[in-house]
Design a protein around this ligand. Structure first.
Ligand code: NAP
Length: 262
């Protein structure tokens, strides 16, 4: 299926690794020009080479810390400087640390809010003037299945990410009809985030080995962990006019592992 985004301009945040990188690859493979982002310059350069390998358009790397308002504004401005506009905004971010509620302090909560919610608020605000002028502007927020079902030892993710869903649903109305907004809710995918979470759980004594932890985290009716490109392909579809009537949804991509009926 031709996703009809050839030549469009996309900004994908937190895309030097994992789900953001997979989304950038899927958009670039479909012919979009893509700005990728992260903080670590070396990691970003490696990701740029990887995205370029599948791209037919341009790939530009821009370092920015998503918790800093001025850096987010500069990231959006750099995208417009490079490509003249933004047709597709895809927001990802690093994950908050795992742990129980009593292990968290005010600083942890503030950081999680800045990273997961305020980054999306600022990206949406800065990008909107460009998205609304695009012919089929889209926002896709990468969050977590934790908005549907609270996950053990992930209180920050369970609580704070709900704000992204409230924001996304609001934008799907306020920014319509020019711009569609959707969210994807990943279950376990094979990225450095899941490796880190399992390693910390082993250190905490939750599991005897990494393999035991991964088996538990990756449990789904499909009996496997997700390939990041499976999520990236869905993000590209949601950014495409082929999904033109999908707006304001929050789509689990979790192999069916979430227990909630809806
Ligand atoms: N993978 C999963 O199974 C899974 C499941 C559910 C939810 N999620 C969530 O999905 C999101 C992406 O996860 P992932 O698996 O792609 O993680 P990942 O592979 O660890 O990648 C995280 C990306 O975020 C960037 N990043 C982190 N903090 C940043 C900041 N302050 N400013 C800019 N970039 C930043 C990292 O680059 P730098 O460190 O160089 O900045 C990296 O590119 C996270 O919120 C995660 O919690 C993941």
């Amino acid at each position: 299926m031709d996703l009809q985004i050839d030549g469009n301009a996309a900004l994908v945040t937190a895309s030097s690794s994992g789900l953001g990188k997979a989304s950038a690859k899927a958009l670039a493979r479909e012919g979009a020009d893509v700005v990728i982002n992260g903080r670590d310059a070396e990691r970003l350069a490696d990701a740029k080479a990887e995205v370029e390998a599948v791209a037919t358009g341009e790939v530009v790397a821009h370092s920015a810390d998503l918790t800093e308002a001025d850096e987010v504004a500069a990231l959006v401005e750099a995208t417009v400087d490079e490509f003249g506009t933004i047709d597709h905004l895809v927001t990802s971010a690093g994950g908050p640390p795992s742990g129980a509620f009593l292990d968290t302090n005010d600083e942890d909560w503030q950081h999680a809010y800045d990273l997961l919610v305020m980054s999306v608020v600022r990206l949406a605000r800065e990008s909107y003037p460009h998205l609304k002028e695009a012919d089929g502007g889209t926002i896709v927020n990468i969050t977590s299945r934790s908005v549907k079902e609270a996950l053990d030892s992930l209180v920050l993710s369970n609580a704070v990410r709900m704000g992204v869903i409230g924001l996304e649903k609001t934008l799907s109305k306020e920014f319509a009809p020019e711009v569609r907004a959707n969210a994807v809710l990943p279950g376990p995918h094979e990225t450095s985030r899941i490796r880190e979470l399992v390693e910390v759980a082993v250190e905490r004594g939750d599991y005897d080995s990494y393999e035991e932890g991964l088996d538990d985290w990756a449990g789904s009716p499909l009996e496997r962990i997700g390939d990041p490109m499976e999520l990236g392909n869905t993000v590209a579809f949601l950014s495409s006019p082929k999904s033109g009537y999908i707006n304001g949804t929050a789509l689990p991509i979790d192999g069916g592992s979430t227990g909630a009926n809806l």
